[in-house]
Design a binder for this molecule. Structure first.
Ligand code: PBG
Length: 323
């Protein structure tokens, strides 16, 4: 036989030399759930290995992660005060701005700080915007998101990441940031975010599930690829610096399609439910976590993602799974 592809798979060295996809620590983004009390901490039942943390523990954890090369964090605030308009999420000296300041002071430019911009963890109804007659009001939500983004930028966030799926929010954030003098603060838009049941564990972690109804009137229908590509194109036109597909695993085709049409950097969000499934199966001995985690993370890069936001990041680096 003249043609034998197996020749190049014969030794580990050959396989390593010819690997088409690589992932380096700098591509990974570690999400963190931030609690109001500095010394508070609490486990998340559905996400073993991930904890909600106050600033004190967060500083320790991020410091240890930096040693592993994990240099980008994505912060979510867990607010104890909730009201109709999510005021806790917009406060200039709120939970997330305080955490950003503490991280910046401790680590300077060794750390890239991304903050999630969305009202759902601070609204009493659990929706991502202003709720009237059971419907989330798009345009009334935009100034509130802009206020939140500016508070994060003022505290020193490098990147703000709107995850609400309101129309026009990237433009609204860009204008507000520029007017406040934060032209250099980048926007990582959750540009293509599907209405997904894979967010289940996150909503437990952040107690951010809608009290009534669901998010299908603003997040994307999982059946739609053309609409998904269009949503990212719109955010690009509005001035997004980085695009995102979320969730990732069930949407690798969407990552590939957006990669093909946009020159912007693209992030994949390996969401909470994807993490919990792996953890649950691994705990039963049904899959080998050490092998499936790198397989999963690399699949996102192979599909076209530049950044991978994943709860597995720390494990993957600590145990050398993606070295
Ligand atoms: C807030 C937000 C959610 C996630 C990130 N930002 C939840 C949602 O939209 O309901 C999900 C992240 C995850 O599941 O890991 N809008």
């Amino acid at each position: 036989m003249r043609i034998r592809p197996r020749r190049l798979r014969r030794t580990p060295l050959l396989r390593e030399a010819l690997a088409e996809t690589r992932i380096v620590p700098a591509q990974l983004v570690q999400p963190h759930f931030v609690l109001p009390g500095a010394s508070e901490r609490s486990a998340i039942a559905s996400m073993p290995g991930i904890e909600r943390m106050g600033t004190k523990l967060l500083l320790e954890r991020v410091g240890a992660d930096l040693e592993l090369g994990l240099a980008t964090v994505l912060l979510f605030g867990l607010y104890d005060h909730k009201d109709a308009l999510g005021s806790a999420a917009r406060a200039a000296d709120g939970l997330v701005p305080r955490a950003v300041r503490a991280l910046r002071e401790a680590f300077g430019e060794r750390l890239t700080i991304v903050t999630d911009v969305c009202l759902c963890a601070a609204t009493d109804h659990g929706h991502c915007g202003v709720l009237e007659h059971g419907h989330v009001q798009n345009d009334a939500t935009l100034p509130l998101l802009a206020e939140m983004a500016v508070a994060h930028a003022r505290a020193g966030a490098d990147v703000v990441a709107p995850s609400d799926m309101m129309d026009g929010r990237v433009a609204a954030l860009r204008d507000a940031l520029d007017q406040a003098g934060f032209e250099e603060t980048a926007i990582l838009s959750y540009s293509t975010k599907f209405a997904s049941a894979f967010y289940g564990p996150f909503r437990e972690a952040a107690s951010s599930a809608p009290k009534a109804g669901d998010r299908r009137a603003y997040q994307l229908d999982p059946r739609n690829l053309r609409e998904a590509v269009r949503e990212s194109a719109l955010d690009e036109a509005e001035g997004a610096d980085v695009l995102m597909v979320k969730p990732a695993l069930a949407y690798l085709d969407v990552i590939a399609a957006i990669r093909a049409q946009s020159a912007l950097p693209l992030a994949a969000y390996n969401v909470s439910g994807e993490y919990s499934m792996v953890k649950a199966a691994a705990a039963q001995g049904w899959v080998d976590e050490r092998v499936v985690v790198p397989e999963i993370l690399r699949s996102m890069v192979r599909a076209g993602a530049d950044l991978v936001i994943s709860y597995h990041g720390r494990d993957a680096l600590q145990h050398g799974w993606i070295a």
